[in-house]
Design a binder for this molecule. Structure first.
Ligand SMILES: NC(=O)C1=CN([C@@H]2O[C@H](COP(=O)(O)OP(=O)(O)OC[C@H]3O[C@@H](n4cnc5c(N)ncnc54)[C@H](OP(=O)(O)O)[C@@H]3O)[C@@H](O)[C@H]2O)C=CC1
Ligand SMILES: O=CC(=O)O
Length: 343
């Protein structure tokens, strides 16, 4: 893999021994050093992989690619809807008309796609990245998908002689803009080390979690908790309001106590106004709950809270809220039956 100079990041290993069964699709983790974490470190331009591809320029992909460009990386972009490439081209990005061409012309290619179907299509479909990639190159999928999808993409990429890393991110639109994402990675450790300077441009910390599937599992666990928290917060706001409490004060009280979370203090005030500017689309939150429930089922882990939350997001989707922020799930609890059944 072409690098402007050799790069060897300092290692800060943590040690972890899990006690829960491992999903059948995941390889058994090593008995020690199952993950290592690292906060972002400053790098110089000379340490970046020479040519960086970026596929998928939605809410997350655009600012991530933008940060790479602004840091001096040589970036080539592709997006299904070509117009989303234009602002990045204006900033200096190159453009190729297929994932295949991007992967062929770059040393490392990142992909930030909507869901498992699009991630597989862009990596493995006709004119997909796997058709253009090869030995000496790397593919980093930062989309949120399930472990089986991640493994499938990894197998296609590795069959070409290239390296593969899954690296889903925790953190939304603003952290993506601010270069404050958290990367949850699994796969080829050498690729992880090669792209570390790039992850550090886009993020504030990174975790290497071992085999492909572990990064996906970590991301789904985090987003399962997040989806349930938002559903519960919504119930609390509406219950409080119905018994006469000021919802703005509820947000303030929650924000000062033990259950405070940036998510509540950031999104609460707009939820009170029934405004949901999209940072994390509701359809993606429901996708993550669905995938997390699949993961739970694969190891017979009961997740009744997440299952109930998933139903609420499904109701919200059925009311046309898919592309609103996931905080719009509160609307699903406001819906009144038009024609109540007769009992
Ligand atoms: N938004 C957030 O806060 C966060 C999102 N994520 C995850 O990151 C991923 C991207 O999220 P986000 O940027 O918000 O999503 P968006 O919906 O804004 O972007 C989705 C991207 O996928 C592309 N895409 C969708 N379907 C296809 C397809 N069939 N073929 C090719 N390209 C396709 C879209 O292309 P086009 O422009 O043509 O539609 C677009 O580039 C998701 O997996 C999400 O769960 C993770 C952390 C935070
Ligand atoms: O996946 C969403 C996030 O905010 O993280």
């Amino acid at each position: 893999m072409a690098m402007c100079s050799s790069f060897c990041p300092p290692q800060v290993p943590n040690h972890f021994r899990g006690t829960t069964p491992i999903p059948s699709f995941l390889p058994k983790p090593p008995s020690f050093k199952a993950f290592s974490s690292q906060t972002a470190t400053a790098s110089t331009k000379d340490e970046f992989p020479a040519r960086v591809g970026f596929l998928g320029l939605g809410i997350m992909g655009s600012p991530m690619a933008q940060n790479l460009i602004k840091s001096g990386c040589d970036v080539t972009v592709w997006n299904r809807t070509k117009s989303k490439c234009d602002p990045l081209i204006s900033l200096g990005a190159k453009y190729k008309s297929s994932p295949e061409e991007v992967a062929a012309s770059c040393d490392v290619t990142f992909a930030m796609l909507a869901d498992p179907e699009s991630a597989v299509d862009v990596a493995c479909g006709k004119h997909g990245a796997a058709s253009g990639i090869g030995p000496g190159k790397g593919y980093v999928d930062v989309s949120t998908v399930d472990g089986a999808t991640s493994k499938l993409i990894g197998e296609h990429i590795k069959a070409t002689g290239a390296l593969f890393l899954e690296a889903p991110v925790s953190g939304s639109k603003k952290p993506a803009e601010d270069g404050q994402l958290i990367f949850l990675t699994g796969g080829d450790k050498s690729l992880y080390e090669t792209v570390a300077p790039l992850l550090d441009i886009m993020g504030k910390s990174r975790f290497f979690l071992g085999s492909v599937g572990n990064g996906a599992a970590m991301k789904l666990v985090v987003n399962m908790v997040m989806g349930s928290m938002m559903a519960s917060f919504s119930e609390g706001l509406l219950l409080g309001e119905k018994v006469g409490l000021d919802p703005d004060v509820i947000v303030e009280v929650i924000s000062q106590g033990a259950i405070s979370a940036p998510m509540f203090s950031m999104k609460g005030p707009s939820m009170v106004k029934s405004v949901y500017p999209t940072a994390f689309p509701l359809k993606h939150q429901q996708k993550d709950l669905r995938l997390a429930l699949g993961l739970a089922e694969s190891v017979s882990q009961p997740t009744p809270i997440a299952a109930a939350a998933n139903e609420l997001y499904k109701v919200a989707k059925s009311h046309g809220l898919s592309d609103h922020d996931f905080s719009a799930v509160i609307e699903a609890l406001k819906v009144k039956m038009q024609d109540p059944p007769e009992y």
